[in-house]
Design a protein around this ligand. Structure first.
Ligand code: IMP
Length: 415
């Protein structure tokens, strides 16, 4: 069975923990888009481990982790991540494969992202160079992992890029020019270390599927950050929705056999852009504190608010999700009455074009005071918590398959 895990909100839904939890039943865990902007948090032996580019089920020793051709790769962050993960599994490097089709994030991408974020064009990016790297990819001047192994092509492309980027750096941002020699040498070092991991992702995935192995497709960010169907222009620069699995790994669309959405029991977003149920008052502050809602990549405080069932109906539809996992239910413990948005004053459908003017229509359900973080069986949830979950099911049209009640792997309840 091939399963896609996708975030149904603006990212940070807790996909990392879910992928880590499910991965023990899979042979391959493949990322199909995004790059070092992602921050997927997993608990390992009581410690918090943050994955940025490596598929986060790869700590399971049965799993091969694949970084697909639809991703953009920052080699420095990638090696730092591997070196950090070696504390938990010295042999992890041998289980990681990087697509030769993957575009590289270069130092000038990061610099331009940083400078641009200081202008009126800012959308609150993670400043990891993601958007600029995808601009080069679609402008057909990007440098791919596979290009590193043809030194002449690499050098030619790098020179061309540096001369163009130096114009931007100097003329637009009044910054120092970059040296192509230094970057060439650095990326040649990366190429050497990366070599045993570089592969053709289309073949790895094809072989796995022909042999009836189980593949777990791991989306990064969330559906509302999709470049086309999210809250444009306040989005990331890749397709985060499940249709992107085929493109991002070079496999046919029918490869996705099942889609599991992940949504928090409330809503958060980092960066700028519309957020209809945002609560800038005490409730939002309370969620941020109790839920430790600070970005795992940038440390920025996350904006917080109520669950938006109308938004989930939209993201479930565009992703083909029929079921979802609700995360962080424990954070709502102690809230007197819990609000859920079920539609908007202007109509019940979420419309990304109107997202900044949508006024939510709320219903209220009784909250629960009990600490649910130790619950491991659905029968042990307080009646109000069960009612909250049932109400989410009713208004999203999705079956809730599991509820996560804490960061640890075992803090999850099958419904
Ligand atoms: P970029 O992907 O760094 O270009 O940032 C574009 C938007 O996506 C910004 O609003 C970021 O905060 C958001 N973003 C990017 N990656 C993540 C993520 O992993 N979780 C949540 N938001 C993200």
């Amino acid at each position: 069975m091939n399963l896609a895990i996708v975030g149904l909100q603006w990212g940070d839904e807790g996909k990392g923990k879910i992928v880590d939890f499910l991965a023990r039943d899979f042979d391959v865990n493949a990322r199909y888009q995004g790059g070092s902007n992602a921050g997927h948090t997993v608990r390992c032996g009581g410690e918090k481990v943050i994955f940025h580019q490596i598929p986060c089920g790869t700590l399971n020793k049965n799993v091969t982790g694949v970084i697909g051709g639809g991703c953009v790769l920052d080699p420095k962050i990638f090696f730092d991540e591997i070196d950090g993960l070696k504390r938990y599994d010295a042999a992890i490097e041998a289980r990681i494969r990087i697509s030769k089709f993957c575009n590289l994030i270069m130092p000038y991408h990061i610099l331009i992202d940083e400078y641009r974020e200081g202008t009126k064009q800012s959308i609150g990016t993670t400043k990891k160079g993601i958007g600029i790297a995808y601009e080069d990819k679609y402008g057909r001047i990007g440098i791919r992992v596979g290009d590193l192994y043809d030194t002449e092509t690499f050098e030619k492309r790098l020179r061309l890029n540096i001369s163009r980027k130096n114009h931007i750096l100097m003329d637009v941002y009044n910054a120092e020019p970059l040296s192509d020699r230094e970057i060439f040498d650095l990326y040649m070092e990366y190429a050497e270390r990366m070599k045993p991991m570089v592969a053709d992702d289309t073949l790895i995935l094809y072989d796995a599927m022909v042999k009836n192995k189980n593949v777990l497709f791991e989306g990064a960010q969330g559906a509302m950050l999709d470049i086309d169907y999210g809250t444009y222009p306040y989005v990331t620069s890749s397709h985060t929705i499940t249709s992107s699995v085929g493109i991002g790994l070079g496999i046919p669309p029918c490869s996705v056999e099942r889609v599991l959405g992940v949504a928090k029991a409330y809503t958060t977003r980092v960066g700028l852009g519309p957020f209809p149920t945002e609560d800038t008052g005490l409730f939002g502050d309370r969620l941020r504190e109790s839920g430790a809602e600070f970005g795992s990549t940038t440390g920025r405080p996350r904006r917080c608010g109520s669950f938006d069932a109308a938004l989930i109906r939209y993201t479930a539809r565009i992703n083909g999700a029929k079921e979802m996992i609700i995360t962080k239910l424990d954070v709502l413990s102690g809230v007197d009455k819990i609000k859920i948005a079920v539609g908007y004053e202007s109509g019940d459908e979420f419309d990304p074009f109107a997202a900044d003017t949508l006024v939510p229509k709320y219903i209220e359900v009784p909250g629960f005071v009990e600490d649910v973080s130790q619950v491991r069986s659905a029968d042990d949830f307080p009646a109000e918590a069960v009612n909250y979950i049932k109400t989410l099911e009713e208004h999203t049209g999705l079956k809730v398959s599991h509820v996560s009640v804490g960061p640890e792997r075992e803090a999850i309840v099958k419904m």
